[in-house]
Design a protein around this ligand. Structure first.
Ligand SMILES: [Zn+2]
Length: 258
């Protein structure tokens, strides 16, 4: 019996699409707490709490929660304290790390104090500097290809960069959708403002899937409660971490080649 069971087991293992023993892939996450130092960002209606502080607390909570859920993940913070960090330095740090994903954390305020809800931004491809740079390069190189030493290599390189940018953008959209979904599940009564596109400086030039999460409106009483009250804010952080785990599971499968 043992022999035939082994055969059955072997056949089942060979044909079943079920879970294979998985060696975890490296996963490096950059958490960017928005603003900081002399750049406070927006603030609550009474001015007592600034966006930079909420962003940092939230980033720390996401870090803890992500490391709990995915112990092998490496989390890199663009700032650990109330430091002034230039946008270019945040981008450069993320690129230098060769990170797998970049998440910038922010809170919002509205001119008439009447907006509420959470939203996730991906870089608008039309407006992105990646596209602008690629276009500029095409223009500079001249569409009709003055013959150069090296021949087709620059064109091939350009194509690879375009494909990479498109893949990162698709992954960023999937991550953004996942972040929104996780928040909506945890906060069914809050306004889900969806996934949106914009050209944020901090997302420009990031060579990995990158999103910017606006956790809520600090000048809205309901949102302010969510972001200032520890238990609720922890749920926000937990949702972001869950989306990052989800992102890892999706992309790690891809990297294993199925
Ligand atoms: Zn901000």
């Amino acid at each position: 019996m043992i022999g035939s069971m082994l055969v059955v087991g072997f056949l089942a293992a060979a044909s079943a699409p079920g879970p294979k023993p998985v060696l975890e892939q490296p996963y490096r996450v950059v958490l960017d707490a928005g603003h900081g130092g002399t750049n406070g960002g927006c603030h609550t209606a009474d001015g007592s709490t600034h966006e930079k502080d909420i962003a940092l607390v939230l980033a720390r909570e996401v870090e803890v929660e992500l490391e709990r859920r995915l112990p092998h993940a490496i989390v890199v913070m663009t700032r650990e304290d109330d430091a002034t960090v230039a946008l270019a330095d945040r981008v450069a740090a993320a690129n230098a790390q060769g990170a797998d994903v970049f998440v910038s954390l922010h809170a919002n305020a509205s001119p008439r104090h009447d907006q509420a809800g959470f939203e996730t931004f991906v870089l608008d491809a039309e407006a992105s500097s990646v596209e602008a740079a690629l276009t500029a390069r095409r223009e500079n190189e001249g569409g009709r290809a003055a013959p150069e030493p090296g021949g087709a290599a620059p064109q091939a390189q350009l194509m690879i960069e375009q494909l990479r940018a498109a893949a990162h953008r698709a992954a960023a959209i999937a991550l953004a959708q996942s972040i929104q979904r996780e928040q909506a599940q945890r906060f069914p009564d809050r306004a889900d403002r969806g996934v949106r596109q914009a050209s944020f400086d901090v997302l420009l030039g990031v060579r990995m899937p990158a999103v910017l999460f606006e956790a809520g409106f600090l000048d809205h009483p309901g949102d302010q409660g969510v972001l200032l009250e520890a238990a609720q804010r922890h749920e926000v952080a937990s949702g972001i971490a869950a989306a990052l785990v989800d992102h890892y599971r999706r992309t790690a499968r891809g990297r294993q080649g199925g």
